[in-house]
Design a protein around this ligand. Structure first.
Ligand code: NAP
Length: 254
């Protein structure tokens, strides 16, 4: 279904929209009639994506309650409402349990889980019937992975936060849906950053291992995740709430 029809007359706020999956989502959502608020802590990157998508750039830190208030208010004042929130901002941490300091743990929880809580709560406060919240978790929110204790815990939290919010919104008759998306390894700056932390001679081996992890035989593309986010954001998924959409080339099917 073309984005033009599915998000016509809708206002979407996307966090982490300066890069990777969030930026691809903003590009896919951009169409005549759809209004996009491009939110990120990377102001320059956010302005670039906003210019490409005819969107409105909002510099924000998703861990700040005050920033959420400002971002939601700016979106409503600029575009007249809020119909879709995509909580995509996130950070990775590849460290063993022993290497993970409490400060590391708190930082990952703060961005990946507190940020999604603050955003979901702020959006529910202004959304009307037909609203949709899409929270980006990970396959690491379903399965455990070595050297990712904080990341897995934060993404597992996003999965159940989304289900609890979905049930609460539905039972309260708010007409707001909440779902989570669980990508496998996706070729974005985040994945490249992880590769950058390993010795150059090991990178080929890691990339080969990443491909083998996915039965489809390759890692994913940001645009492929964006298509799934679009489905959950749009009225095409009107009877879908509290679910987890896995986009992982079969990784978790094994
Ligand atoms: P990315 O390319 O690194 O983009 C993430 C964006 O979020 C960046 O622009 C980043 O800004 C921004 N951000 C980080 N912390 C923020 C904060 N506190 N406030 C506002 N913005 C913040 O990552 P990606 O790969 O597209 O990942 C997007 C989401 O998908 C994340 O939640 C990630 O955990 C999830 N995911 C990714 C993969 C993957 O393999 N790529 C797999 C599963 C799930 P800075 O550049 O300044 O940090």
């Amino acid at each position: 279904m073309p984005a033009m029809k599915t998000l016509e007359n809708k206002v979407a706020l996307i966090t982490g929209a300066a890069s990777g999956i969030g930026a691809e989502t903003a590009r896919l959502f951009a169409s005549p009639g759809a209004k996009i608020a491009v939110a990120d802590r990377d102001a320059a990157g956010g302005h670039k994506v906003a210019a490409e998508t005819d969107g409105h750039a909002i510099e924000m830190d998703v861990t700040s309650e005050a920033d959420w208030k400002r971002a939601v208010t700016a979106t409503v004042e600029t575009f007249g409402g809020l119909h879709v929130l995509v909580n995509c901002a996130g950070i990775e941490l590849v460290k063993s349990m022993a290497e993970t300091s409490y400060e590391d743990w708190r930082r990952v929880m703060s961005v990946n889980l507190d940020g999604v809580f603050l955003g979901t709560r702020a959006a529910i406060g202004v959304m009307r019937k037909g609203g949709s919240i899409v929270n980006i978790s990970s396959v690491a929110g379903i399965n455990g992975f070595s050297r990712q204790v904080a990341y897995c815990a934060s993404k597992g939290g996003v999965r159940l936060l989304s289900k609890a919010a979905a049930v609460e919104c539905a039972e309260a008759g708010l007409g707001i849906r909440v779902n989570s998306v669980h990508p496998g390894i996706i070729d974005t700056p985040m994945a490249q950053e992880i590769l950058g932390t390993v010795e150059a001679k090991m990178r080929g081996e890691i990339e080969a291992r990443w491909k083998l992890m996915h039965p489809i035989g390759r890692i994913g593309r940001a645009a492929e995740v964006a298509q799934c986010i679009l489905f959950l954001a749009s009225d095409a998924s009107a009877f879908v709430t509290g679910t987890e959409l896995v986009v992982d080339g079969g990784l978790t099917a094994r």
